[in-house]
Write a protein that binds this ligand. Structure first.
Ligand SMILES: [Zn+2]
Length: 352
């Protein structure tokens, strides 16, 4: 095992934050896998999962190579406001910590013109060199962009990327691109959300976007693309349970043994395309209560929870009670961690 770190941010107090990472190289050849946790500071489970993985690989070398970053955003995880962690957004700018990754390839056709006669493996390594020469330019950047580039520079040296997150009050689920669903199934989640492929600045898209876009320009079928990036939502934010971390880690270890095995779907797994994964927004301001259990189908127009309105009209208590519904049959996967909402805030996210 190699423990390395890089400095990421100097603080006003004079201290400097650093990001440690752990690399394991097995004797057998195998895949190269990168796992990071905690880009959103209040999503705590990933840290425990990363430590369980490190513990395992210390004793039992992986096939191939694995790099683990347990605390991808130390600034975000330190930022407490009273009891809560303000971890999703940069407190100085309001930007989502997971939307700053960069598309470092300017012109895929131009790039490919230089190397067209080369096989994919060679082209991939040229792409990695090109990436590093771009991502290592860190001068005059907002901090969130610097952090994203530092993580991306490490991540792009691997073929398989896992970004560990949590949602509101949530069941565990996984995001993957459509072509990678058969591989993602090996992680044994109950719920999968398949994403279309376009650049949107989040880690799972941005880090492999330049690779898949060149791969497709070479007229190679995407099913043969040997890189993949998954976002794993490991339950609820601001929640921690080490036993559950171990259980997620066990599944990830299983996956790392043979990540290119294409698994069939089974009855236990529900797959939903991202456009059918919808938010239900509040039509009124108020207090939320009596949610239906997550993971249970609810009929069109049936109550998902109730809302006690907080407007200033003089009325009976009963008249303040509204049911929150969706116009289609849906299955709630996650809900807001708070019990009070303004009009127009997301209350639930549901499969439809
Ligand atoms: Zn997150």
């Amino acid at each position: 095992m190699l423990i390395k770190s890089f400095n990421t941010r100097q603080l006003i107090s004079g201290d400097t934050l650093s990001i440690p990472y752990f690399s394991f190289t097995g004797k057998e050849s195998g895949p190269s896998i990168y796992i990071q946790a905690g880009i959103h500071g209040q999503e705590l489970m990933g840290y425990g999962v990363a430590l369980c993985l490190i513990e395992h690989f210390k004793k039992s070398s992986p096939k191939g190579q694995i790099t683990i970053v347990p605390k991808a955003n130390p600034y975000g995880m330190n930022f407490k406001m009273a009891e809560a962690t303000y971890g999703r957004f940069d407190p100085s700018t309001g930007s989502n910590w997971n939307r700053n990754y960069v598309n470092w390839i300017k012109d895929q056709s131009d790039f490919l013109e230089k190397y067209r006669s080369q096989p994919w493996d060679k082209i991939k390594s040229f792409l990695r060199q090109e990436a590093l020469s771009n991502l290592e330019k860190l001068d005059n950047l907002p901090y969130a962009n610097k952090l994203a580039r530092q993580l991306q520079a490490l991540a792009i040296q691997h073929d398989i990327l896992l970004d560990l997150h949590c949602d509101g009050t949530s069941l565990p689920y996984a995001y993957c691109h459509e072509y990678a669903l058969p591989y993602a199934r090996g992680l044994d989640f109950e719920y999968y959300f398949t994403m279309s492929r376009y650049f949107k600045g989040s880690f799972d898209d941005a880090t492999i976007f330049p690779f898949w876009s060149v791969f497709e320009l070479m007229n190679l079928p995407i099913e043969q693309f040997d890189m993949m990036a998954f976002t794993l939502e490991l339950g609820s934010k601001e929640y921690f349970n080490l036993k559950e971390c171990q259980s997620f880690a066990d599944r990830i270890i299983q996956f790392t043994n043979n990540p290119y095995e294409r698994a069939q779907g089974n009855d236990r797994q529900t797959v939903c395309s991202q456009e059918n994964f919808v938010d239900v927004y509040s039509s009124f301001a108020g207090m939320l209560y009596d949610f239906v259990p997550l993971g249970q189908w609810v009929g069109a127009g049936e109550p998902l929870c109730y809302l006690l309105r907080t407007d200033n009209k003089d009325c009976l208590l009963n008249e303040r009670i509204m049911s929150v519904t969706y116009h289609k049959k849906c299955l709630p996967i996650a809900r807001t961690i708070g019990s009070s909402v303004h009009e127009g805030m997301s209350i639930l996210t549901c499969i439809t």
